[in-house]
Design a protein around this ligand. Structure first.
Ligand SMILES: [Zn+2]
Length: 262
């Protein structure tokens, strides 16, 4: 008789920082957002000078040990005296921690849906997400009637060049409204998502919300044209005399067939 698999314990903010990061790794691996040795996670360990605690390069995120982390300075260089090395992408964590106000944690994942969407929309420069209730899970968004543009940067293996492009975008953004940041994360094309939060719990939540929304947006595109209307096009405009359009009929057998193809 098969022994039932016991899921890992949920994220617990009462754990110390390293154990919180390890729990994030177990959860994100289980949910398919950090498979293999992909992804990296960091928390701000100090502000004067800026230092981050970040995952060591090349580790399976489902089984992170307590010594699978390294402390780095603002340039991403290890500063804890250890021989441990972090990913080349450490520089991007440092950028976010330096330039986005009030950041306490930065999380980077490689999910299926972020990979697909970031590639599909790379030429446009952003994934547009509009009209979804779940947008309210992102910091400062209070209504579904919101449009979030998640920037996309072409992927690169030359980290200083990629970091320079991202730095320019983060510097140009207006972060002055504490209630509504201009965006909550960014994508690397055909690669994955970066997001952040004031602490690890908030960053974890923003990964979860982005991932939900990416899946919704990507799956919606697989429906036949017109089968899923947006909230905006579904609602008649008062006073304009527009006829109420009937709800689009959805061929459920077609939907089922499409699901089986995915
Ligand atoms: Zn990556």
């Amino acid at each position: 008789m098969a022994v039932p698999t016991i899921p890992p314990p949920p994220f617990d903010p009462a754990l110390d920082t390293i154990d919180q990061l390890r729990a994030v790794g177990r959860e994100f691996h289980r949910r398919g957002w950090s498979l293999g040795t992909s992804s990296n996670y960091s928390v701000v360990a100090g502000r004067a000078p800026l230092e981050l605690t970040i995952t060591v390069s090349g580790k399976d995120k489902s089984v992170l040990e307590r010594d699978d982390f390294v402390r780095v300075d603002a340039a991403g260089v290890p500063c804890d005296g250890s021989e441990r090395k972090s990913s080349a992408e450490t520089l991007l964590h440092c950028l976010v921690a330096e330039l986005v106000p009030s950041v306490g944690a930065v999380l980077h994942t490689h999910s299926v849906w972020s990979t697909i969407l970031s590639r599909a929309d790379c030429a446009r420069g952003a994934v547009r997400i509009e009209g979804y209730e779940m947008l309210k899970g992102l910091d400062g968004i209070v209504t579904h009637d919101t449009c979030e543009e998640v920037p996309i940067f072409a992927n690169a293996q030359t980290m200083p060049e990629l970091a320079a492009r991202i730095r320019a975008r983060l510097v140009a953004a207006d972060w002055s409204d504490p209630k509504r940041p201009p965006f909550h994360g960014f994508l690397l094309s055909a690669h994955g998502l970066y997001t952040w939060g004031r602490d690890l719990a908030e960053a974890r939540r923003q990964i979860e919300i982005h991932e939900f929304l990416f899946e919704v947006v990507a799956r919606t595109r697989s429906f036949p044209a017109g089968a899923v209307a947006t909230a905006l096009t579904d609602q008649p405009q008062s006073g304009q005399g527009d006829p109420v359009r009937p709800a689009p009929s959805i061929d459920r057998s077609q939907q089922t067939a499409q699901r089986h193809q995915q």
